[in-house]
Design a protein around this ligand. Structure first.
Ligand SMILES: *Cc1c(COP(=O)(O)O)cnc(C)c1O
Length: 437
């Protein structure tokens, strides 16, 4: 498959180059030149297939030309070592629980897949003696760092640097990337998330550094991280079909950087019979405003209780815009939006718990509420429960009056010893640190 840049000014790339580089030379996002539809027969019997089998068929469409079948199958099966059940919350609303992976958030899927695909390509490059080690830089406000660090942990030929803002991530989140050791280095930046992101961006643009070491990004701009997210939309559909509820399916996605919903839209292009999509936002709702007005105006993000969605300029907007040939009308035909204040989010969490017994996290709550308000007669909806409520224990307990038990795999991280490299927000310091590695 050939990949082009959404900015249209970079050379075309192979999958290998798109994955190893992350971002195109013109700072655009890579897009596959074609999206292959899956055969009708696949959808006819999808309800009888396992999650891994469904995922492999989808992966084959995207990556089959570039990765040997046996290797791709192994990558998919290793990645999806956990279930993604669709749990019924009300008559017509299901929660697609994406928190059963190692770090209890949906980002495990993309991060684990990317780690394995990158390793596959590096082996290739190593044989041609082009390359030594690949260094993955990732800036995080919490969830991305833990998923990426755990996804890449122990993967040979790759070193991960997780840059995070000192004192600005929750203790549970912090221990998920500072206690790992091995090929994962936590860099504790004396600043805010934007400073971390700026350091990563400067590193990618620094010529001397890039001559010295192979750098790549593991943020959702990487095609190997965002495309695999389409797997679970197919599996959600399969689960609803098994229940005889697949005729008018609506998928609702709590959205921040819009990588997750973007992969759902790719699924639709491959023939996935989902009727329509809802992008649920917190107060950071530039996409919602775009839907209403046709004008996209990025703005600084504001802090909310659904903090993984605090994004003021979602990077994958460029992909959605490109996928729909810049047509506002076409985008609105497939996607609608919603936006909720912190008060509305916490009210929804309390009400849902009271009425159904189901405990939502603040991100999933946006999705649940958008379905509650937006489902029409005859439709069945599923929202993505993007993280386990225990990841936001303090917030959830305060709102719902609960005392959520922290799952054992999360507790295991908290027993480890924290190790991090202190770093100022000045690029010079970060550069000389990397150069000395
Ligand atoms: C990252 C994240 C989101 C937002 O996903 P995008 O792909 O950036 O739109 C939503 N919820 C949680 C819990 C997340 O970690």
């Amino acid at each position: 498959m050939i990949y082009y840049s959404t900015n249209g000014k970079a050379p075309l790339a192979t999958l290998q180059k798109a994955v190893v580089k992350g971002l195109a030379e013109d700072k655009g996002l890579y897009m596959p030149q074609s999206i292959n539809p899956l055969p009708r027969s696949f959808f006819g019997s999808i309800q009888d297939l396992s999650f891994q089998e469904i995922a492999y068929q989808v992966a084959d469409c995207f990556f089959g030309e570039d990765v040997e079948a046996e290797a791709l199958r192994k990558i998919v099966y290793d990645t999806l070592s956990f279930d993604v059940p669709a749990v019924r919350v009300t008559d017509n609303i299901f929660s697609l629980e994406l928190f059963h992976g190692p770090t209890l958030a949906f980002k495990d899927v993309g991060a684990r897949f990317m780690a394995r695909l990158l390793q596959y390509f590096i082996r290739d490059l190593k044989d041609s003696k082009d390359l030594k080690e690949v260094n993955v830089l990732v800036a995080t406000s919490g969830d991305t760092g833990s998923a990426v660090a755990n996804g890449f942990l122990g993967v040979e030929g790759i070193h991960v640097y997780v840059l995070y803002p000192k004192g600005k991530v929750s203790p549970i989140q912090e221990c998920q990337f500072t206690t790992l050791g091995q090929n994962v280095t936590a860099v504790e930046v004396d600043g805010v998330f934007d400073d971390c992101q700026a350091l990563v961006k400067s590193a990618f643009m620094d010529r001397e550094l890039n001559e010295r070491m192979q750098l790549t990004s593991a943020n959702s701009i990487n095609v190997a991280r965002f495309l695999p997210q389409s797997f679970y939309y197919f599996y959600a559909y399969a689960q609803l079909k098994k229940l005889g509820l697949a005729d008018n399916v609506v998928a609702c996605v709590p959205s921040g950087n819009f990588g997750n919903i973007c992969s759902a839209l790719f699924g639709k292009r491959m023939g996935l019979p989902i009727k329509r999509f809802i992008a649920a936002n917190n107060a950071n709702d530039v996409f919602f405003h775009y839907l209403l007005t046709g004008i996209y105006t990025p703005r600084a993000s504001v802090q909310t209780i659904a903090n993984a969605m605090d994004v003021g300029d979602p990077s994958n907007f460029a992909r959605i815009y490109d996928l729909y040939n810049s047509s506002h009308e076409a985008i609105c035909a497939d996607i609608s939006g919603a936006s909720y204040t912190d008060d509305q989010i916490s009210g929804t969490m309390r009400e849902c718990l009271k009425q159904t017994g189901y405990l939502l996290d603040p991100h999933g709550a946006c999705g649940y509420r958008a379905l509650q308000e937006g489902l029409r007669e005859g439709e069945v909806g599923f929202f993505l429960e993007t993280a386990h409520p225990a990841k936001f224990k303090q917030v959830v307990d305060d709102i719902c009056g609960t005392d959520i038990e922290i799952p054992a795999r999360l507790q295991a991280f908290m027993k480890g010893k924290k190790k991090s490299v202190p770093m100022g927000k000045d690029f010079g310091e970060f550069k000389s640190y990397l150069m000395s590695r």
